[in-house]
Design a protein around this ligand. Structure first.
Ligand code: 5GP
Length: 195
């Protein structure tokens, strides 16, 4: 593949439980050469999650210090915890010509729209709120309070889909993954032709 001067920033976003994590993992398994930006969060690790792989797990104090120093490209309070994208990590990869993928919430994606107008914003939509609720329950990682907070937030997040460049309906994981892969590859190919 010819090397481009600057990578493309892809933002995968949508409500919690829409399946964006699963789709992102399939994308990375099947498409070579993408860089994933590991976010910082103040929430506690779930079982099996590893520091520096799933997230950088940090204290509120460390998060606030980093935010005050302007180290985040975007940050947001999501379901009562802070999450942020480290600007330096993203900048370094894009400058090396690598395409970067962020998997972040809707507020974060909309801030990226202002900070990086060339970013490609992809909304992953669940087939319905009922389905979303079933998936979150099956995942079993949330307390009942967290679950209802996530569902309430999902209703507002769904209304933001029209602000994205693309919406992928995750009615079937394999089909949605194929659509995501085709989308990423089409951007990569068109940038290839231009450079
Ligand atoms: P979870 O706690 O389930 O891992 O993530 C909760 C939500 O925060 C998900 O929608 C996830 O995509 C989002 N998120 C993860 N990292 C970031 C980030 O760096 N910035 C923002 N704005 N949201 C994030």
């Amino acid at each position: 593949m010819a090397r481009r001067n600057r990578g493309i920033l892809f933002v995968i976003s949508g409500p919690s439980g829409a399946g964006k994590g699963t789709l992102r993992k399939i994308l990375f398994d099947r498409v070579p050469g993408l860089a994933y930006s590991v976010s910082c969060t103040t929430r506690h690790p779930r079982e099996g999650e590893r520091d520096g792989i799933d997230y950088w797990f940090v204290t509120e104090e460390a998060f606030n210090r980093a935010r005050d120093r302007g180290e985040f490209l975007e940050w947001a309070l999501v379901h009562d915890h802070h999450y942020g994208t480290r600007a330096e990590d993203v900048r370094r990869e894009l400058e090396r010509g690598r395409d970067v993928v962020l998997e972040i919430d809707v507020q974060g994606a909309l801030s990226i729209r202002d900070a990086c107008p060339d970013a490609v914003l992809i909304f992953i939509a669940p087939p319905s709120v009922d389905e979303l609720s079933d998936r979150l329950r099956e995942r079993g990682t949330e307390t009942p309070e967290d679950l209802s907070l996530r569902l309430r937030n999902a209703m507002t997040e769904m209304e933001m889909a029209s602000k994205y460049d693309h919406v992928i309906l995750n009615d079937n994981v394999e089909r949605a993954a194929e659509e995501l892969i085709a989308l990423v590859e089409s951007y990569r190919n068109s940038k290839e032709v231009q450079s």
